[in-house]
Ligand binder design. Structure first.
Ligand code: ZN
Length: 365
């Protein structure tokens, strides 16, 4: 019996010729199901390569819509995709690339309700989120159902990648502390090619895992510094006290145990203001308008006011009047929310621009 149609055989010739894959390996890929959580910078190369490689079933998960600022790195999308759901547009892109495979789109974020069914149905899980809490949920659920997952994360010019299997140490062994204040690429910036590099590595490890090849990035963490092209591999060891896989596993930590820090709405204006409110108050001269982004971001575009980067606010290297409310803004909101928390704790009256410049500009263009 022939496993492949003539067209499939032609399509996958380069795999079938490869000693470590062959017709048997290609059949394994055809019978596999990859769950890709997140259709952004990492999800783009991951989904394109896995669809091209002939993974028979792919489920893509993302509740976000495509924004213009995504096109700098999220190469599945084109300008006409802006405003549409990322999972749906990715599904269409993958079907255009390979009509022999089945692609499912889940147009919501992964959460505690949908994670068990999605993860148990898959043969490999790829973390393409930029969320620590999502990774904790993926880790817990994969651990529970004996599934392997491929992790990657990015920060500016740096990236990390690892494969977590049921037999090896888990994500929580490596990162036991919640990284609530760790900025993601929405707020910290990222070189456009970096997710391409890391996502390609994730797809590579997923194929190796499914094919049972040696040399898997298991019990190891690959660190990449794209500015210097330094690649370093560190060994990861199981932590006996890990709350997910060690002796402390009877009391597992839930992702929701690490909510983002919230500030008290002490300002008479409320905590978050719209851009119109910010501009009106700034013009009233009774407030101080502060851009907490980097000088480079401020130079590229700003709403006016002083530029005091968040790092300077954190280190206390700033001078602000205590008798005037401080209005903060940044790219997406988290940095100015964090600055707002800091200033309120120091007795300032502070508010910040809701959704940052990204939301303001998106509604104006
Ligand atoms: Zn662990």
């Amino acid at each position: 019996m022939t496993t492949f149609t003539a067209k499939e055989y032609l399509r996958y010739t380069r795999h079938i010729q490869l000693p470590h894959v062959g017709a048997q390996g290609q059949t394994t890929l055809k019978n596999a199901h990859a769950l890709i959580i997140g259709c952004g910078g990492l999800g783009a190369p991951v989904s394109l390569y896995l669809a091209a490689a002939g993974i028979g079933t792919i489920t893509v998960v993302d509740g976000d819509t495509v924004e213009l600022s995504n096109l700098q790195r999220q190469i599945t999308f084109v300008e006409n995709d802006v405003g549409y759901n990322k999972a749906q547009r990715t599904q269409q892109r993958l079907q255009d690339l390979n009509s022999n495979i089945t692609v499912h789109a889940i147009t919501e974020h992964l959460d505690e309700n949908n994670a068990p069914a999605l993860i148990t149905a898959a043969s490999i899980i790829l973390d393409c989120t930029d969320s620590f809490n999502a990774r904790c949920l993926i880790n817990e659920t994969c651990r529970k159902f004996n599934k392997a997952w491929v992790y990657a994360s990015l920060y500016q010019f740096s990236g990390q990648c690892a494969v977590f299997t049921p037999a090896g140490p888990c994500f929580n062994c490596l990162f036991s502390a919640p990284a609530n204040n760790a900025p993601n690429c929405n707020v910290a910036g990222v070189l456009g090619t970096l997710p391409g590099l890391l996502g390609t590595l994730q797809a590579n490890e997923a194929l190796k895992y499914l094919l049972g090849l040696d040399g898997l990035l298991e019990s190891k963490l690959l660190l990449i510094e794209a500015s210097t092209m330094d690649f370093q591999t560190l060994a990861i060891h199981s932590n006996p006290d890990c709350s997910s896989c060690g002796t402390g596993a009877s009391n597992p930590k839930k992702a929701s145990d690490h909510p983002l820090p919230k500030i008290n709405p002490t300002s008479p204006y409320g905590r978050q203001l719209s851009c119109d409110e910010i501009v009106a108050l700034a013009n009233s001269n009774h407030t101080q308008l502060i851009d907490v982004r980097s000088p480079q971001e401020h130079a590229a575009f700003n709403l006016g006011g002083l530029n005091i980067p968040l790092t300077l606010l954190e280190s206390g290297e700033f001078s602000l009047k205590r008798d005037k409310p401080v209005m903060l803004y940044c790219q997406a909101g988290p940095r100015s929310e964090h600055a707002c928390t800091l200033l309120i704790a120091q007795g300032f009256d502070a508010v910040y621009l809701k959704g940052g410049l990204a939301q303001t500009l998106a509604t104006q263009t």
